[in-house]
Design a protein around this ligand. Structure first.
Ligand SMILES: [Zn+2]
Length: 238
């Protein structure tokens, strides 16, 4: 009953649903992007979701991080997130880690994931995660927001990463200005990409960056290429 409506989608059906139930997804961050990503992966019935976050909920998170409520301020985000998600769908195996992913632990923690979804707000973690995903050949869904703008792209060993595109050199404003709905829009797109990759359906956003402009209400698609001088891809060549 729970999945009745999505079972009606020809690209999903019983077989796709079974695939989702047998899948393991790692979601890094349970904040502005992580809230929609985790909510939709949980409601879709992904079998195992690993959640990484080492922050506690603060009041300034609440304009966008809808997994957390006012009463959760001060609580570990992984606990607050798990509480809501297990109420949404108790069939999903939610595994939480109060750990910051670093170059020396990331491989061990993301091994065994079918897809990794990056929902962080800093480029250092993005690079650490991308390097590991490319090395271990795990598809990675990236999304980022700033103000009323955002982007989504799928990353893989044979496809460009954010460092290929020079994003590692962009100086980021801190704290990052964000409207809650913008994180919602981008997070929903990331969840959609993740489900497509798990099911092997549609056209993943490999080599295609979707950029969202909430002010003009438009999406742009840019075809992007791997860079020969990419430090992330370069270090992982076999
Ligand atoms: Zn690269």
């Amino acid at each position: 009953m729970r999945y009745e409506r999505q079972l009606l989608i020809p690209q999903i059906g019983q077989e796709g649903q079974k695939k989702l139930e047998q899948s393991t997804v790692t979601v890094i961050g349970s904040g502005g992007l992580g809230s929609p990503v985790l909510t939709y992966l949980t409601s879709a019935g992904v079998g195992t979701i690993r959640i990484f976050d080492c922050d506690v909920v603060s009041e300034s998170n609440l304009n966008r991080q809808f997994l957390h409520n006012t009463g959760d301020v001060g609580k570990l985000k992984i606990l607050s997130a798990k509480e809501k998600l297990s109420q949404l769908n108790p069939n999903v195996n939610l595994v939480t880690f109060n750990i910051r992913l670093e170059p020396d632990n990331v491989d061990e923690f993301i091994t065994g994931s079918d897809v990794v979804v990056d929902c962080v707000d800093n480029i250092a973690t993005r690079i650490t995660v991308a390097r590991a995903c490319i090395k271990l050949d795990i598809p990675l869904v990236e999304g980022g927001v700033c103000g009323l703008y955002g982007y989504v792209i799928d990353i893989g060993r044979d496809f460009p990463c954010l460092s290929c595109l020079g994003y590692d050199k962009v100086k980021q404003k801190t704290p990052v200005p964000v409207l809650g709905v913008t994180a919602g829009v981008i997070g929903c797109m990331q969840a959609n990409e993740c489900i497509k990759l798990l099911l092997g359906i549609g056209e993943p956003l490999y080599g295609r960056m979707l950029s969202y402009d909430g002010l003009s209400g438009t999406w742009d698609e840019s075809r992007v290429k791997k860079s020969d001088s990419c430090p992330v891809h370069g270090n992982t060549k076999k």
